[in-house]
Each structure stands twice: as structure tokens, then as C-alpha cells.
Design a protein around this ligand. Sequence first.
Ligand SMILES: [Zn+2]
Length: 314
Amino acid sequence: MNDRICRAIAAMLIGLASIIGAAVILGPSVSSAAAQTAPPPADHPEVTVHGRKYTPRSILERNMGTPEDQTAQFPPHKIIGNLYYVGTRTLSSFLIVTPQGNILINSTYERNVPTIQKSVEQLGFKFSDIKILLGTHAHNDHQEGDALVKQMTHAETMAMAEDVPALQAMKPGGKDHPIDKTLHDREKVTLGGTTLTAHLTAGHTHGCTTWTMKAQEGGKTYDVVIGCSLRPPATLTPEVIAEFNHTFPVVRSLPCDVPLGDHPAQYNMQEKYSKLQKGVPNPFIDRAGCRNEVDIEEAMFHALLSEQQKAAAR
Ligand SMILES: [Zn+2]
């Protein structure tokens, strides 16, 4: 055996030893990290809305699906006009295409960013053409990937003021969360002839943002509502109660032809996608479905509130 091969084998053995060592070190920390994840929400109260039963647990399961659902690419598709879906099976990501560059809403988990990039490219667009990065709310499953998208595209990032502290606490791999511009309720974001309006619809987070825009198709103009999650937290503080009491009427007042949401199950994406065929009316135009999600979440909010008030009175 010559010297070179000897050294190569020694290097391999050292490499192997360090991998085993890392696995030993990582083992317990990975399992304790898993143990730190929040327990599933309670399976009560139960509400029935439009003939279906929901509990806090069933709503979370409906939204998130399996870990695989959260990362698996959903076929990227045109929703309406210049608006496209580029997210995973259960985490929405929307692309708005304009002649002056594109807008991305929700980067989702950082590990999903390459999948979103792939979806953008499969639709025939360039990831580097993303000029503005927006989000619906400061939770990791919707905005953890912002820093990586910013690195890759240099997009301008904008966030609702009330979500800024929670976003600043989100530091995947130690990266600072990028916030180039702070927005306020009903502020408008315009690029290449498309205007998005940021509506503060707090409760799920303090800066939860519902985005509205107009889309053109077949010579008609449609009101699009990209809803922020309205799922109430397990404990309703006076602040959160006040936020939801403001938010539900706001959401109900928004003009809406095309309801969308930050989890596809909020607008039955899979069912609508399966109906997408040329020559049939666009299934994403669904005025009758515009209030479904607010009906479910408002019923759940009141059920949780009365459960909490009864417990406090005991
Ligand atoms: Zn959330």
C-alpha cells in the first residue's frame, strides 16, 4: 500500500468517526427538540359548520397534513389572471407575475424554498424575477424561508408592523429575518400594474395579514382574497379576543370572488385543482365559498371562548 492510499484511508476513517460522533451528539438533541414541539391541540370543543364537524385538533390536522404533505410539491398551477400557486400540498405559496417582476407571498419552511423555486421555474418564470416578498403571518410554516429567498433573489421584504417582533425572533440557521419595509393596516403594495392591499386581520398572530387584489380573466375583473389563518390559539387572552372581534367582521366585509388561504385546505384547493380543465368555468371563482373558513373559525372561536368562560366560573 503506498503512502497516498494510506493517507486517504486514514482520512476516510477520521471522516467516518466524526460522522458517528456527530450522530451520537445529534441523537439526544434531535429527540429533545422533537419533544419540545407543541402538543396537539385539544379534541374539544366540537362545532358543526355547513354540515361538517370540527375540533381544534381536526382543524390543525386538516391544515398541516403529514410532514410529507408539508414539503411535497403540489403541481404548480395558474389560479386566475396573473396569480399562480407554487406551494406544497398543505402550505400555500402564491406568485403574482407582472411586467416589472414578480411578487411571492409566503416562503413557507426554509427547506421548501428549493421546491418553490422549482415550481416557479416549471411555470416558465425565473426565481430571480421575484422583486417583492410578502407573508401572511409570522409562523415558521409560512415565513421561515424569507431569509433564504431574500439571499437568492434580493427581493424587497415587507411585513405588517404588528408581526415584526415575531418575525425578528425567527432566525433559521442564525440568519436575521429580513424586513425592508414595515406595513400598516390597508397599506397598498404595487408592482407592474398589480396592487395588493394588506388588511390587518389579527388573532392567529398579532400581525396576521389578509391580502386582496384584483385579477383579470376573460375580460372580467375578479376580487381575490388571500386569507390569513383565523385559527384561534388554545388560550384566548383579552388582547386576542379583542383582535378576533375586530377581524371577523373585517374578513366578512371584503369583496370576494376567489377565496384563497395560507393552507390550501382553507379553500379546498385539491378539489378545485382536480376540476381545472379548459372550457369549464374556473373552479377557483367560488363566491359561495368565500365565507366558509371564517364561518368555521368564528364558530370555533365562540365555542372556545364559552368553554374558557365556563372553566373560569367554576
Ligand atoms: Zn399559523
